[in-house]
Design a protein around this ligand. Structure first.
Ligand SMILES: Nc1ncnc2c1ncn2[C@@H]1O[C@H](COP(=O)(O)OP(=O)(O)OP(=O)(O)O)[C@@H](O)[C@H]1O
Ligand SMILES: [Mg+2]
Length: 281
């Protein structure tokens, strides 16, 4: 950490992630063509884009795994190009595919990471995280017996060891069933509530809508829209008033039938269509 008080204050006050003119090409494929983004400290920021839009490329650059061709990026006040080690101390990355060890138990995975980070009381840290992510009962079971949602939660729990101020979640719920998605959403909200900045990528519009304080849409190498959900909605002409019979969405039906033991039963029912009409037909 810098001892210059002005720099330290700047680090606390300014945006925790600042990206300017980021460009990256793979041979002649220009994936990023000048990406500008700022993320406020303690917020949940969603980077939305279709397959191949370049979301993972942005996350890899911000987490110092990949060098940009042009542009600058700072994370927690540190430059990804010149202060990579400082950036790595400030972040954790949960990749698009879960990185947990199948043979170990959930608890053993957590203890292992805490040991690797030279933290005191790895067992205590593991137990606290198991409780926080509703994995205490499954904690001593091998991860190979976990469901996709449990693995994802364990993966996110592992990335929190050492309390990094910024976490990157690359498509945290891709491939999960609706109930597991709700559980992961709940975990992400909890992170932000405790002050962690979360940058997540997603191709699910509802995920961005449910979770994010701000949403940026990455398309053809640039951010083509960036704002809060109400700001983005204002980009479209005002809605026409029409009277239609609202039907529950398939997600409403699925969750109603399967039962939603997720910790936040209201989260999944927040989609406007149908929830008030459940059972009318
Ligand atoms: N190492 C690489 N070499 C060549 N092309 C690559 C490489 N990595 C990514 N690409 C290409 O760059 C583009 C952007 O990839 P990226 O993984 O960033 O997209 P994404 O938005 O994360 O997509 P998805 O939603 O499928 O995860 C894709 O067309 C991909 O094929
Ligand atoms: Mg990706």
């Amino acid at each position: 950490m810098s001892t210059d008080p002005q720099m330290t204050a700047e680090r606390v006050r300014g945006p925790v992630i600042q990206v300017r003119g980021l460009a990256k090409a793979y041979k002649e494929l220009h994936v990023l063509r000048g990406v500008d983004v700022e993320v406020a400290r303690g917020s949940i920021f969603a980077l939305l884009g279709s397959n191949g839009a370049g979301k993972t490329t942005v996350v890899r650059i911000l987490s110092t795994l990949l060098k940009p061709d042009a542009g600058t990026a700072t994370v927690n006040g540190f430059d990804v190009a010149t202060q990579a080690a400082r950036v790595r101390e400030s972040i954790s990355l949960t990749g698009q595919f879960a990185a947990v060890d199948e043979i170990l138990s959930g608890r053993e995975n957590l203890v292992l990471v805490a040991r690797l980070r030279h933290l005191r009381d790895p067992g205590g840290i593991a137990d606290e995280l198991l409780a926080r992510f509703a994995l205490t009962d499954a904690g001593t079971r091998r991860v190979s017996t976990y469901s996709g949602g449990m693995r994802r939660r364990l993966d996110i729990a592992m990335s929190l060891i050492g309390d990094p101020p910024v976490i990157f979640l690359d498509e945290p719920t891709t491939g999960l069933d609706p109930q597991a998605r709700l559980e992961v959403w709940q975990a992400v909200r909890e992170l932000a509530r405790q002050g962690t900045t979360v940058l997540l990528t997603t191709q699910y519009l509802d995920e961005a809508e449910q979770l994010a304080d701000r949403i940026a849409i990455l398309h053809q190498g640039r951010i083509i829209a960036n704002g809060t959900l109400p700001e983005l909605k204002r980009l479209l002409p005002p809605a026409k008033v029409e009277y239609v019979e609202k039907q529950p969405t398939l997600e409403d039906v699925f969750l109603a039938i399967v039962g939603d033991d997720g910790t936040d039963s209201t989260a999944g029912a927040a989609s406007p269509a149908g929830t008030k009409n459940r059972g009318t037909r």
